[in-house]
Design a protein around this ligand. Sequence first.
Ligand SMILES: Cc1cc2nc3c(=O)[nH]c(=O)nc-3n(C[C@H](O)[C@H](O)[C@H](O)COP(=O)(O)O)c2cc1C
Length: 225
Amino acid sequence: MFQTATKEPKVLIAFYSRSGVTEALADAVAEGARADGAEVRLRRARELVPAEVMAKAPGWREAAEAMNAKYEAPTEADAEWADAIVFGTPTRFGSVSSELKAYIDGLGGLWAQGRLNGKAGSVFGSTSTPHGGNESTLISMYNPMAHLGLVIVPLGYADPAMYKAGTPYGASAVSFNQAKPPTDDDREVARFQGRRVAFVARALKAARITDTKQGQADQVGASQS
Ligand SMILES: Cc1cc2nc3c(=O)[nH]c(=O)nc-3n(C[C@H](O)[C@H](O)[C@H](O)COP(=O)(O)O)c2cc1C
């Protein structure tokens, strides 16, 4: 367990999941963040395709409806609220799902105002097959996170769980065509990710980074409160 120091961090977990595999990882990340004292918002990005396209994939509509009943859609306000943003996505042809990417692209207004600079950022994901693109997907997400000014939090091999599962880039799971939920080891890595993100977010919040627009805004906010 990490040493904790200051005010509780707020962690936004913004994910897309069609059949629940990435959702299960999101739950474990949330569990880890809460274990480190964080306040957590879990949000699911919505479908972009029309109902007739969803109808061609058995179970898609039902799974989406069930998850949408549990989770609100992520908003700009959620991103502003958060001290850390953790993205989660199933692989789509070796990269991020368009549903999650649409949410990220919608953060352009906050990007233009420098409102996300200096927050912690991290990512997790899942593929169908062992070499189907987990690492390429996670690393591809580092690109938008860098543009948004997030302080990227990888996992390294900083916890024993990392030697059993996961990648240093973020928690991952291999679902074998959605037949297999994340293993206990996958979930342990995801919980570690939640704890680590909360720890880094707390430290950044305490430090009030001063060399970014967000940090300057934080300084102003802090001196006024
Ligand atoms: C359009 C599409 C593209 C996909 N591309 C890949 C891929 O490149 N590699 C892979 O291993 N799985 C791929 N998958 C499978 C999912 O990423 C995988 O089953 C994932 O675990 C599903 O997670 P979810 O239950 O959270 O939706 C693809 C699925 C779809 C629908």
